[in-house]
Design a protein around this ligand. Structure first.
Ligand code: ATR
Length: 263
């Protein structure tokens, strides 16, 4: 039997085992996926390499894992974080958050090229989303509570791939096609929204927060008549991308149902 795991600390509440095991079951694949609390990666790595066919990596090991693997794919290298490793002959690291975010967006906006996208936040999730959108040809602007962090990310994107990301201090939604919340605002138990301005009905609003599934931001968006993409979509689609990396053709609907059943 092939073994897979998500490693992190803490890891107890991870929805990944339910999602991936549901996929394996539906595909009739003899594999098992578990959640593994790893405190020290230096002590755990050799065991992981020997035991698992692949792993997902979450906080706090996403950056440190890059020092152990043999190769990195383009997105992982750009974003500077690995959340999926394929333990084949070589241990190869990927960042599936970027693909999950783009796939989730494309469910409502199939043609992303030249779309005006406002990203809220400048942390790890925002990095994956900003690079994903920029590589798809979107015109990205970035707003963050700590403006300095947004400026750093914008400068980095310019240096690495020669694309401009505008940093905005004041949010102006009048010309925005897509709004993405990449902050942790709205996560239970804090019922907060990152936006206090009217959302245009023509906008598509995506949230990375999936607990609660309908955040305050998504409620505002729906009330304004805008289309929404909830946080489960990006979570499931990054998981589906991990499955593809490990060589499977994942049943996305089954994975989505398994996650929703846990929420
Ligand atoms: P992640 O890896 O999930 O992106 P992170 O790196 O801790 O997590 O980033 C969290 C993001 O949410 C940051 O952009 C943070 O803003 P700051 O850079 O100013 O800290 C944002 N954030 C979290 N709580 C917030 C709040 N109450 N108001 C505004 N922004 C908030």
């Amino acid at each position: 039997m092939k073994k897979y795991a998500v490693i992190g600390n803490p890891i107890g509440h991870s929805l990944s085992p339910a999602m991936h095991n549901a996929a394996f079951k539906a595909m009739k694949v003899d594999a098992k996926y578990e959640a593994l609390e790893v405190e020290r990666l230096d002590r755990a790595y050799d065991h992981l390499r020997k035991t698992y066919a692949g792993i997902n990596v979450t906080i706090p090991h996403k950056v440190e894992i890059m020092g152990y693997i043999d190769e990195k794919e383009m997105a992982a290298d750009l974003i500077g974080a690995v959340n999926c490793v394929d333990f084949n002959e070589a241990a190869k690291g990927y960042n599936t958050d970027m693909y999950g975010a783009v796939d989730a967006l494309m469910s409502e906006v199939p043609k992303l090229k030249n779309k005006k996208v406002l990203v809220l936040g400048a942390g790890g999730a925002a990095r994956a989303i900003v690079y994903g959108c920029v590589l798809e040809g979107c015109r990205v602007s970035l707003h963050n509570r700590t403006a300095e962090k947004a400026k750093e990310l914008s400068k980095e994107v310019l240096d690495k791939i020669a694309k401009k990301v505008a940093v905005v201090d004041e949010v102006d939604l009048s010309k925005i096609d897509v709004i993405i919340n990449a902050t942790s605002m709205g996560m239970r138990p804090n019922n907060e929204s990152p936006l206090d301005v009217q959302i245009p009905s023509s906008a598509v609003v995506m949230d990375i927060v999936y607990n609660p599934l309908e955040t305050k931001l998504l409620k505002q968006a729906k009330a304004a008549g805008a289309r929404t993409i909830d946080g489960v979509e990006m979570f499931v689609l990054q998981g589906a991308e991990s499955q593809r990396i490990w060589g499977y053709d994942p049943p996305v609907d089954v994975m989505r149902k398994a996650v929703l059943a846990k929420l």
